[in-house]
Design a protein around this ligand. Structure first.
Ligand SMILES: Nc1ncnc2c1ncn2[C@@H]1O[C@H](COP(=O)(O)OP(=O)(O)OP(=O)(O)O)[C@@H](O)[C@H]1O
Ligand SMILES: [Mg+2]
Length: 411
């Protein structure tokens, strides 16, 4: 009989490495979170390892922090990988249904998903997810889950997410060397949606925009399924850099003033308001205009939302998603982000606080934890396939993972 099991997720971000530990009871629909850990992500740049030792130290610190709170050792994790190395493409596959009675089986679904991968994906890219968007059985379109239906020809439209193999390998290596095995590697752009969206929002049409440090990950859902994902290489780090250049301060001071005094509503700030940097820094001691600071920050956030709008235009959903835009990631906490997103994207907007879990750990009621908790929720639905390391993920492994997932992707 299945019992409860400890599951954990590791969100390797470009500024923070977050760990979440939970207990998944066999009868519970959501995981019970018992611990979280956080550590600065010092050995990575834009999602890629640049210093192996530093990365291992950061990962270990995050894991230990979570283990302390949970009072349980972490032996394996669901690993979320983001950054510019993640790319996605759409692809179609077609097969003839194999059974004598033409009843579509799980094997047929595997085969059609395999056929969808016939597109040329460079050998140095690893397929991380093959997301079936919709199936067509003979002429009948818009089928969510075709197993058990009767037909001769099965067609699928997929969204394939790939990662740059050398980057993923190096991250995996660092994780394994931190003393934990990897249950699965998940593109982190898919994760926040798992924790912040309701089934209804996914049905109606919605975009999750995770504004992180090195980048902004977007995922679009419609009719209950993933329609599109993309990673935009602009995030909170760019805002900080702009502030440092515009205000002539160090990066550290720029980060501090952004978080302490920043917003994206220059109209709310008077021309006369100033900030005396000597109050928060020993290096930077001049006085700056708060209005100028806020204008600089607003300009970069506006650019980020314009880039999101461009991505939505690519799939003809610009201003067209009834459940609107849900903002996650720590950088979405800048005051005024909701209004700016609403105006720029011409969509209803709100901040995405993690839900879909049990437990009373309080610091996770925060959009910055949406990805890590989403990874844990992903893991909680993953049916006991811990296999001691996900090295050199083969197509078959990817597909067997997919099988469990198909049922969840298509409610
Ligand atoms: N209260 C705040 N207001 C505005 N920005 C903030 C706030 N707190 C953190 N940030 C910014 O959020 C960014 C970090 O976001 P987050 O922790 O979600 O990134 P990450 O997951 O480490 O990186 P990524 O997802 O890009 O790999 C930093 O640029 C930081 O300056
Ligand atoms: Mg992140």
């Amino acid at each position: 009989m299945a019992k409860s099991r400890i599951i954990a997720s590791l969100d390797i971000g470009s500024s923070k490495i977050r760990t979440v530990v939970g207990v998944q009871d066999a009868h519970a629909s959501v995981p019970n979170i018992i611990g979280v850990g956080i550590a600065p992500s010092t050995g990575l740049r834009k999602g890629a390892v640049i210093d192996v030792e530093e990365t291992i130290n950061s990962i270990s610190a995050s894991l230990e922090d979570a283990e302390r709170m949970a009072g349980e050792p972490i032996n394996h994790v669901f690993l979320g990988i983001g950054g510019n190395n993640i790319e996605s493409i759409n692809s179609k596959g077609v097969i003839a249904v194999s059974q004598a009675e033409n009843e579509i089986s799980e094997d047929d679904v595997d085969r059609v998903l395999e056929a969808a991968q016939a597109v040329t994906i460079p050998s140095n890219r690893r397929i991380l997810r093959i997301i079936p968007k919709t199936f067509t059985v003979d002429e009948q379109k818009g089928i969510k889950y075709p197993v058990g239906m009767t037909g001769i020809r099965l067609e699928v439209e997929t969204h394939i997410i790939t990662g740059f193999e050398p980057v993923i390998k190096n991250i995996e290596k660092c994780v394994l060397q931190s003393g934990v095995d990897i249950d699965d590697v998940i593109p982190s752009c898919l994760a926040p949606a798992e924790s912040v969206l309701s089934k209804r929002q996914k049905e109606l049409g919605v975009v999750v925009v995770d504004v992180g440090c090195g980048g902004t990950a977007i995922s679009v859902f419609e009719d209950g399924a993933t329609l599109y994902t993309a990673v935009i290489p602009v995030g909170g780090e760019n805002v900080t850099n702009d502030v440092a250049i515009g205000m002539r301060t160090s990066i550290d001071t720029a980060e501090k003033i952004k978080i302490e005094y920043g917003s994206v509503i220059p109209e709310d700030v008077s021309e006369r308001e100033t900030i005396d940097l000597s109050l928060i820094s020993k290096i930077d001691t001049h006085v700056i205009s708060k209005k100028k600071l806020v204008e600089i920050i607003e300009a970069r956030y506006h650019e980020i939302f314009i880039l999101v709008k461009d991505e939505l235009a690519k799939i003809h959903r610009d201003g067209m998603l009834p459940a609107g835009v849900i903002l996650t990631g720590a950088a979405s906490k800048i005051p005024g982000a909701i209004d700016l997103a609403r105006e720029t994207l011409n969509l209803p907007a709100q901040i995405g606080f993690p839900q879909n879990y049990d437990g009373v750990v309080d610091k996770i009621d925060d959009p910055a934890y949406a990805t890590a908790i989403g990874l844990l929720i992903w893991g909680s639905r993953y049916e006991g396939r811990h296999h001691g390391g996900f090295k050199g993920a083969s197509l078959k492994k990817g597909l067997s993972g997919m099988k469990n997932w198909l049922k969840h992707l298509f409610p």
